[in-house]
Design a protein around this ligand. Structure first.
Ligand SMILES: C[S@@+](CC[C@H](N)C(=O)[O-])C[C@H]1O[C@@H](n2cnc3c(N)ncnc32)[C@H](O)[C@@H]1O
Length: 288
């Protein structure tokens, strides 16, 4: 199965699942009625799923506001507003002052189009907020810009979220699960407890991920299972010298199915010889 079959989100979210879609998607049930992307991030999974209805949830409110903006404005209008902003702040790969002026203004007004431009020109195109709800990713000097790849991904992304029946919500995952239809399939891609990511660093992340939330999520998944609702959970069992003991214990006492995922999977030949020095064991756990 080739990666090129899948759409790539223009919102380059840390922990985004685009590269793993060719391994994860075949493990999803067929004929999904309502697909719930509980921790949707950049929506890489949701935009590639075939379902009658898709619910995308994430508690990063500014991200959801951007997704709602992209869904409710025409492609032409979004592209025009992007170009206007680029012109207004003279954004390019070297104008650091322009980038930081935009960042200051975004942090005062929180306009979704400003966030889209920040993502285009920031370091690694990553969405990163601090505890004061300020976007704090630095300038992507000499590297990041609103290039043709991002533009094409953005156009295809907008088309998809406008064509499919997608609903967004900005809730904590427990709240989001309260009103899902009985015939749902829930995909959970939470921040990983044992890998270091922006959003689970309590100091820089919006809300930290911790052992309490991990337990709460596993409990919620058990609840879904008892209601005969299918779920799939992405996670990492081992990373470097760390083991996710909570997850391991949960797996051992349940009869769920564990699928091993190659987190360095790629179609490129040179990569097939690549050895995972971090010894990361990525898994997809399903109750079907
Ligand atoms: C690994 S990312 C999801 C990436 C996504 N699957 C993709 O491919 O783009 C995890 C997401 O969980 C969100 N999140 C963290 N804590 C949450 C919570 N308590 N409730 C809902 N979402 C949460 C983060 O904002 C982040 O976007």
């Amino acid at each position: 199965m080739k990666q090129t079959r899948f759409l790539k989100s223009p919102l380059n979210y840390i922990g985004g699942k685009y590269k793993l879609l060719s391994q994860i998607m075949p493990l999803f049930p067929t004929n999904i009625s309502t697909f719930v992307d509980l921790f949707c991030g950049g929506c890489n999974v949701a935009i590639n799923v075939e379902a009658k209805k898709i619910l995308c949830n994430d508690n990063l409110i500014y991200l959801i506001e951007l997704l709602e903006f992209l869904q409710s404005n025409s492609i032409q209008s979004t592209l025009e507003q992007t170009q206007e902003t680029i012109k207004k702040y003279t954004l390019n790969k070297t104008n650091e002052n322009g980038y930081y002026a935009l960042r200051n203004d975004y942090n005062k007004k929180k306009s979704p189009i400003f966030l889209l431009c920040l993502i285009a020109f920031c370091f690694n195109h990553q969405i990163r907020f601090n505890n004061s709800h300020h976007f704090n990713n630095p300038f992507g000097k000499n590297k990041s810009s609103f290039n043709d790849t991002m533009k094409n991904n953005l156009i295809a992304f907008i088309k998809t979220i406008q064509e499919k029946e997608i609903h967004f919500s900005k809730l904590d995952f427990t709240k989001a699960l309260e009103n899902i239809p009985q015939k749902s399939f829930v995909y959970a891609d939470p921040p990983y407890l044992i890998t270091q990511s922006t959003y689970n660093d309590g100091k820089r992340g919006f809300s930290g991920w911790n052992e309490y939330l991990e337990q709460k999520l596993l409990y919620s998944l058990d609840e879904l299972n008892s209601q005969n609702i299918y779920f799939a959970l992405s996670n990492v069992l081992y990373h470097k010298q760390n083991e996710n003991k909570i997850l391991k214990k949960w797996i051992q006492s349940r009869k769920y199915t564990i699928h091993n995922i190659d987190s360095h999977y790629t179609n490129a030949n040179y990569q097939t010889k690549y050895k995972d020095k971090n010894q990361t064991q990525e898994v997809l756990i399903t109750n079907y």
